[in-house]
Design a protein around this ligand. Structure first.
Ligand code: BG6
Length: 482
């Protein structure tokens, strides 16, 4: 759609930035914190780039005041961060750890002191290892109760001050990397049956958490953050258009329909049933999912890239566990599901050094699709560019990041003109941080952190990059000056 004049962003638009506990905090065993599945996984040789861990990360646990002060100077309206389950319940259930609760109390209060709205992610992938040992974590339905118990503890403690809650971060990623690709804990490969079962457990945990929150704080705003890659059909060949429909049902709507409608897409379900991998649902589940969906306030979207779907022969490519984690451009491989689709590169679009497609218009596509399919407001909970940054004379010039963010914000503005209700835009990330599989060299932040892959390297000093000052202006002008 074309509009002669843009209405711009809403007045109360939340300009934000995001992080996740494991990627920034460090202090992996500080003050009674328990061991998480990631604390364990990163110690398995070959799992992460140059064996990097989040043991120290960027030490946000000890430097949060300095980080929040920089946010305040920038004028940030909201800061999205996650809570480490293992700081609250070191064993996943049982005894609560007061020191852990206190840390997030302090962080929230520090944000509020400067008028920054905390946006809290309940779960950003770091599950207590004790639950893995007790009953295999997400594989066992028991986790639903433990998850809800943990979430309720957060609502009780912080619900008076936190108005925006995100239940799950990228359920589609942690489950596919954990049970299909073997690249996240628990490191299983091609276990399709369990993959769908685990997802059902996560869906129930999400739904029951939404219900619990709304009972305690009916006015709180809640949603899940989905890693949404809108998909283009390869060309006008009908088989390729059908490949796109298959991709959407199995890779996008499979999750978003649950969050927004409380049901699985029919054709995806039929396909999984025919192959004997549909999840087992218990009596009453469908009702709970529907009830929660009716109470969800927004769709959280982590947007990085679009993809292409092309028909994939039954003998065609499958899913591989290879990925460009080194930043050597051009090393990514085409992946697919035999008989359905494969995802070739889009030669109309440039890519990052890690072979992620750069497609600003995709962010508008996300908003448009969510608006017409679900009629829900959108929170962009992540969007950003992972790049190599260099310090020159104590400064970091990152025009590539500014160009990336500018182009995406321009498209987001168009989405607002299109009538999409966009509530917030959080860049990934605020400070540089650990990129799970790609180490510290893949940097996303507005604030540079002096550290390399080696745990003992760097001063951990913070230096605002050029993009920091640029975003400050964007916030000041409510997105008018880009
Ligand atoms: C999202 C995650 O998948 O993308 C973040 O929610 C992650 O935790 C971000 O860091 C960027 O991905 P990566 O692999 O480049 O770190």
């Amino acid at each position: 759609m074309y509009f002669e004049k843009s209405k711009g962003f809403p007045k109360d638009f939340l300009w934000g930035s995001a992080s996740a506990a494991y990627q920034v905090e460090g202090g992996w065993d500080a003050d009674g914190k328990g061991v998480s599945n990631w604390d364990k996984f990163v110690r398995i040789p070959g799992k992460t780039f140059k064996a990097t861990t989040g043991d120290k990360a960027v030490d946000h646990y000890h430097r949060y005041k300095e980080d929040v002060k920089l946010m305040a100077e920038m004028g940030l309206k909201t800061y999205r961060f996650s809570i480490a389950w293992t700081r609250i319940y070191p064993n996943g259930n049982g005894e609560v750890n007061e020191a852990g609760l206190q840390f997030y109390d302090d962080l929230i209060n520090e944000l509020l002191k400067y008028g920054i709205e905390p946006m809290v992610t309940v779960y950003h992938w770091d599950m207590p290892q004790a639950l893995e040992e007790q009953y295999h974590g997400w594989e066992n339905r028991q986790i639903v109760d433990d998850y809800v118990n943990y979430a309720k503890t957060l609502f009780e403690r912080y619900g008076d001050r936190v108005h925006y809650w995100i239940t799950m971060n990228e359920q589609n990623i942690f489950t596919s990397f954990g049970w299909l690709k073997g690249m996240h804990p628990p490191g299983k490969e091609n276990d399709e049956k369990m993959f769908y079962q685990v997802n059902h457990h996560a869906n129930m945990a999400h739904a029951k958490t939404v219900l619990a929150l709304k009972e305690m704080y009916p006015d709180a705003k809640v949603g899940a953050s989905f890693a949404y890659s809108p998909c283009y059909g390869y060309d006008r060949k009908p088989e390729n258009a059908m490949a796109k429909a298959d991709y959407d049902d199995l890779q996008n709507y499979w999750w978003m329909d649950i969050y927004a409608y409380g049901r699985y897409p029919r054709s995806a379900w039929a396909y999984l049933e025919s192959r004997g991998v549909a999840p087992q649902m218990e009596e009453g589940d469908a009702k709970i999912l529907k009830k929660a969906a009716a109470l969800v306030d927004f769709m959280g979207v982590n947007y990085y890239q679009t993809c292409v779907a092309e028909y994939n022969d039954i003998n065609g490519v499958g899913m591989t566990n290879t990925m460009n984690t080194t930043g050597e451009k051009g090393t990514a491989q085409v992946q697919g599901v035999p008989g359905l689709y494969k995802n070739p590169a889009n030669d109309f679009l440039p890519t990052t050094d890690w072979d992620w497609t750069i497609d600003p218009m995709g962010i508008r596509m996300c908003c448009r699709d969510i608006t017409s399919r679900y009629d829900l407001p959108v929170v962009i909970s992540e969007n950003g560019l992972g790049a190599f940054d260099k310090v020159e004379d104590g400064k970091i010039h990152d025009p590539y990041r500014i160009a990336y963010l500018k182009a995406h914000i321009e498209e987001l503005k168009k989405a607002c003109d299109d009538g999409c209700r966009v509530l917030a835009y959080c860049t990934w990330s605020y400070t540089d941080l650990l990129s799970w599989l790609n180490g510290y060299q893949k940097r996303y932040g507005f604030v540079y952190v002096d550290r390399e892959e080696d745990e003992n390297s760097g001063t951990l000093n913070r230096i605002p990059k050029d993009s920091y000052y640029w975003y400050k202006k964007v916030i000041e002008t409510n997105g008018e000056e880009l």
